[in-house]
Ligand binder design. Sequence first.
Ligand code: C2E
Ligand code: CA
Ligand code: CA
Ligand code: CA
Length: 275
Amino acid sequence: AKLLGKNRIHVFEKSLETKVIKNHQLENDLRLALQNHEITMVYHPIVDASTLNMVGAEILLRWQHPTEGLIMPTDFIPIAESAQLILEIGYWTIEKACEQILKWQDSTKANFFIAVNLSVVQIRDKNFLDKITDLIYKYKIPRNFLEFEVTESILLSESERSIEIINQLKLMGIKLSIDDFGTGYSSFDYIRKLPLDKIKVDKSFIQDIPHDSNSVTIVKTILNMANEMNLEVVAEGVETAAQIKFLRKHNCQFFQGFYFSKPKPVDIIQQQFKL
Ligand code: C2E
Ligand code: CA
Ligand code: CA
Ligand code: CA
């Protein structure tokens, strides 16, 4: 047993070391990835629960690495955050969102909102509000068509300043939604403290409805509370007709998930939804 334990530690240390070296390489690669057009965006439609028509989309990032292949955001966003590269990537993403909002309004007369995920590192950037103001003036988008998705980490660090920034964004007319709702330690604390428009119920809860009674109770409770607080609810990770039936019955207004579409490049989404 002693030997096994020792080996385990050894294996663990080695894989950790490999990971550190690898992340360091990826960080260097990431510095060039934007210029080299290796970072791309996919759009994940959000549909209205009653009509199932697309009403908006969330932008999700992909990194097509020249040798490592496709890298998912869960693997490179943390690296981008620790290297502060998320600032450049983030502003680029928000600018692209503004461009696409205008394109959709011109070409399809479809008033789709676009949701962008925000990292806490972006909110901490002292130039954040100025940059967002500049972008909004540059593109003259109807402000309520831009939406920011924030997670609980926003409140965990420097909460007062973060809340102030969030309040300013809200005053600018930008929509705010809370992402991965229910997964954190203080989910109720932020719906109390932040001027939110929407709650995105985490897919881990949606996944097990309607068969798991605990998930059913949690989702019903979130929906009741949101309705009473006039918050809109998006169910994330919708994959089955049974989930849709349940969520409709309990007045969930929006759905997002592989049942409707996987996240795809915008031109493919447009074909798929005949826009
Ligand atoms: P998220 O914002 O919670 O995004 C939802 C994730 O769940 C996406 O994974 C999406 O592809 C996946 N998903 C959506 N519907 C379904 C479904 O029906 N079934 C299943 N199995 N999965 C579904 P993805 O694209 O890998 O993104 C992972 C996370 O990376 C995002 O979680 C978000 O936190 C982060 N991320 C992505 N793009 C950005 C970005 O531009 N900025 C920042 N800061 N974070 C980003
Ligand atoms: Ca999100
Ligand atoms: Ca989410
Ligand atoms: Ca997530």
